[in-house]
Design a protein around this ligand. Structure first.
Ligand SMILES: *Cc1c(COP(=O)(O)O)cnc(C)c1O
Length: 457
């Protein structure tokens, strides 16, 4: 079967409206061509992010009613803690209101101007949290990850030679932790193999550096291990997840992804002393350790959602919906990162618009056209998100790829929505020669893509 039918039926619907081209041109003008500043009400298919955009199940909504709102010792916290422990096996579970707070807590305590923190690829908030504390964030993903069209089962893998070289160069004293992002969001939503997690872990253990997983999409990663890695065909997703976490010393997680909720996250770890220090800081910035910035009902929804995310029928539908869209685009000659990632389709914008120079933001130009013509919102993951102005020369330092990410919210859109998106993109591709690039007219010093304003060149 090309695409498994949605393993759910729809109980509640939310209508979406179609705006006119004139209205969308006006909204783009007001937003400075930044899709983060566009009212979501004016978007027909919103693929900005898969973060916090999931549809919750009837069981999760029922859980929202039974959440215990006690300030301390909430029943919902104990259920949450037990659920997270059953998946990760870590000793200490610290709830946060989203993933970046887990990162903030961790890096506030362990990062400084001397620290170097390697990862396969740091996500933008992870990198920003490290750099905010003057630490150095290094991306050590395998070189193949930078070849968008190369089909490999585990393009999110860490390059062990690069990791070894970094350890030799800086010494373990300067590396308080090594991260692995599963799946690798910034690198195309590509999975990391069990073999790679195991090897990274044993290399780090041999020198005494802890490994933390950035586990936002651990369930999707586990499904790819089950379907692509030898020896895991007959294991359950829970067994695979248990093994993945067994190689790590802790994790940060945004439950807004594989937690199937609209808000929430956590930090989990084995180091009791570090956990104590983090908890003290948590009380200062988030709240008491048994709610950590969340309501009891949110903890309840995560406990139910994260278990639903381990369901194999759900994961088959989920990952195949992404693949379905990627295959439609590939079939029309549009370059996308292959194979399809777990949560998003990534279009190679430099190939889509070869006439737009990388310093003129081909990815952002595509994102703007897609909204203008079809009311579809994607996000640029390229020169705008990761590029930086060189302080000395004023020139842009550019990343290796300019991508447009179409992130697919979980359980929200149907196959027909995917067809609509594909047809829109194919039409833009047909008229690709008429589009010009953009220039930045305002940018913030960190995470500039959220608030930048751009003008057409
Ligand atoms: C979303 C995400 C984060 C940050 O989580 P938030 O809940 O958005 O703060 C960190 N790492 C990865 C890989 C992510 O996808």
């Amino acid at each position: 079967m090309r695409f498994p039918a949605e393993p759910f039926k729809i109980k509640v619907v939310e209508s979406i409206k179609m705006t006119t081209l004139e209205e969308r041109v006006k909204f783009l003008e007001e937003a400075g061509n930044n899709l983060f500043s566009i009212p979501a009400d004016t978007i027909f298919v919103d693929l900005l992010t898969d973060s916090g955009t999931s549809a919750m199940s009837d069981r999760q909504w029922a859980g929202m009613m039974t959440g215990d709102e006690a300030y301390a010792g909430s029943r919902s916290f104990y259920r949450f803690e037990e659920t997270i422990k059953s998946i990760t096996g870590f000793k200490h579970v610290i709830p946060t209101h989203q993933g970046r707070v887990a990162e903030n807590l961790l890096f506030s305590l362990i990062a400084n101007e001397n620290t170097v923190i390697p990862s396969n690829s740091h996500f933008d908030t992870t990198r920003a949290n490290i750099e905010f504390h003057k630490g150095t964030a290094l991306d050590l993903v395998i070189d193949e990850a930078y070849q968008p069209e190369l089909e490999l089962p585990f393009k999110g893998n860490m390059d062990l030679k690069k990791l070894e070289a970094v350890i030799t160069q800086y010494g373990k004293e300067r590396i308080p932790v090594c991260m692995l992002t599963i799946t690798n969001n910034s690198g195309g939503g590509q999975p990391v193999s069990m073999e790679n997690i195991r090897s990274v872990s044993s290399l780090l253990k041999s020198v005494g550096i802890p490994l933390f997983l950035d586990a936002c999409r651990f369930a999707e990663n586990a499904y790819f291990i089950k379907t692509r890695e030898k020896g895991y065909e007959n294991k359950s997703i829970m067994e695979i997840a248990n093994e993945m976490f067994s190689y790590a010393d802790g994790c940060t997680m945004s439950a807004k992804k594989d937690g199937l909720v609209n808000i929430g996250g956590f930090l989990a770890l084995n180091d009791t002393e570090l956990s104590r220090r983090i908890t003290n800081y948590l009380i200062l910035i988030e709240g008491f350790p048994t709610y950590g910035g969340l309501a009891g009902r949110d903890l309840e929804a995560i406990s139910i959602g994260i278990m639903e995310a381990l369901d194999e029928n759900y994961l088959a539908y989920r990952t195949n919906q992404v693949k379905y869209l990627a295959d439609l685009l590939t079939g029309a000659g549009i370059s996308v990162i292959r194979p399809a990632g777990g949560h998003a389709v990534y279009i190679d914008a430099r190939k889509f618009y070869p006439n737009i120079k990388p310093e003129e933001f081909p990815g952002q130009a595509l994102v703007v056209e897609l909204y203008k013509q079809f009311g579809i919102r994607g996000v640029e993951v390229g020169s705008l998100m990761f590029g930086k102005k060189d302080e000395a020369t004023g020139k842009e330092i550019l990343p290796r790829l300019d991508l447009v990410r179409l992130a697919i919210p979980r359980r929200v859109y149907t196959t027909m929505h995917m067809n609509y998106v594909a047809e829109g993109l194919i039409e833009l591709f047909t008229h690709r020669d008429s589009v010009r690039g953009l220039k930045i007219v305002y940018e913030a010093p960190v995470l500039r893509h959220f608030t930048a304003r751009l003008e057409r060149i």
